[in-house]
Design a protein around this ligand. Structure first.
Ligand code: TXA
Ligand code: MG
Length: 344
């Protein structure tokens, strides 16, 4: 398939390119576009065949529902049922990186909801995403732009590498603002189904009530949480000690990469590749994490170690993504490293 690719950072007439992509959406095509969290791979939410194509292109399981993106509250009302109270909360959270679960309107196909009777909705703050939806005149169903299981695209280049030739259009606009996906919340129970770019404490302040972790395994509530996620092809593990300790553990091995804070990487004196994950704490790490994991696969090393500093471990969304990418495997000593390498 010939993919129309527009790099919005390089062209003058951005709105023409966005209008062209919006026309593609309206006519049943698939468009990869930037949001403030990660890139999305989108289709007209009222066209179930187009939405079904997203699952095919991503290799996504059919029971893992899509988020529907709207440009304003009036559009949200066409997607899900909302009370006055829901609406008041939404007006304070949106536009932004929060996804809210609502009872789905009958026009929303079970293809989008994975067969359940609720639908995930959000109004993004990214101007290109908003304009794309406005010009298309329909809500856009869009999961993160990545082949299922792999790190989400957080730059136009990632989007192009993943989907050139597989979708009708790609709108590139450099790197995304936050770098990880939206926070998913069920307002009826105040359960955080997925920690994400919207800070949970701030969310609680706005809503005026405490959030909860899902009682049951969140996989039953948010189907996507049960699948393999965010993982590069290269084996990757967590480590939370100091650089001396990691040097001792990795002594004698040289074909590996350390993904960590710049201060940690600078101290590594044994031979290894280094990917700087952050220079400025946890927010910067979130912004760079998926890019770092995608880079790791290009280094052709035997394994990668993600160094988790204290401020990183205090960030639930960041830790959630790192735990998933590493299948929650922590390196404690040389023996545990050799053990997991034997198994990977
Ligand atoms: O930031 C984001 O949320 C990005 C951008 C593109 O908006 N989208 C994204 O979509 O991350 P995706 O498909 O990768 O993740 C959607 C998550 C999945 O974990 C899915 O199971 C959950 O939202 N979800 C979707 N519909 C749901 C529903 N009705 N009830 C519970 N969880 C739902
Ligand atoms: Mg995803």
């Amino acid at each position: 398939m010939k993919t129309y690719i527009a790099d919005l950072q390089k062209i003058k007439n951005k709105s023409n390119a966005i209008k062209k992509a919006a026309g593609i959406i309206k006519n049943g095509g698939i468009v990869v576009f930037p949001t403030e969290t990660v890139y999305g791979i989108g289709a007209n939410a009222f066209n179930k065949d187009a939405c079904a194509r997203i699952f095919k292109i991503k290799g996504r399981k059919s029971d893992n529902p899509l988020i529907v993106h709207a440009s304003d509250i009036e559009m949200v009302k066409k997607i899900g049922v909302l009370s006055k109270k829901d609406q008041q909360i939404m007006e304070r959270l949106w536009p932004g990186p929060v996804t809210i679960i609502l009872k789905a309107m009958p026009v929303i196909s079970k293809v989008i909801t994975g067969g359940i009777d609720t639908v995930a909705v959000r109004i993004p703050s990214n101007k290109i995403a908003i304009n794309l939806i406005k010009y298309a005149g329909v809500p856009i169903a869009a999961p993160s732009a990545n082949p299922s299981g792999f790190p989400s695209a957080t730059s136009g280049d990632h989007a192009e590498e993943y989907f050139n030739g597989k979708v009708n259009a790609i709108l590139k606009n450099g790197r995304t603002k936050y770098g990880i996906e939206s926070t998913v919340i069920d307002l009826s129970t105040m359960e955080i189904l997925r920690p994400g770019s919207f800070n949970i404490k701030k969310l609680e302040r706005i809503i005026g009530s405490k959030s909860r972790s899902p009682k049951k395994n969140s996989a039953t509530k948010s189907p996507g949480m049960k699948y393999r996620h965010y993982a590069p092809k290269t084996a990757v593990f967590m480590f939370d000690g100091d650089s001396k300790k990691l040097q001792n553990i990795c002594d004698g091995l040289n074909n590996f990469a350390v993904i960590g804070p710049n201060t940690f990487c600078n101290k590594m004196q044994i031979q290894c590749k280094k990917i700087i994950l952050t220079r400025h704490g946890a927010d910067d790490a979130k912004r760079n994490l998926f890019d770092a994991l995608i880079k790791l696969d290009k280094l052709h090393v035997a394994f990668g170690i993600i160094v988790v500093s204290k401020d990183m471990s205090d960030d639930p969304a960041l830790i959630n993504r790192i735990e998933k990418a590493t299948s929650n495997i922590k390196i404690l000593d040389k023996e545990s490293l050799l053990n997991v390498l034997g198994n990977s």
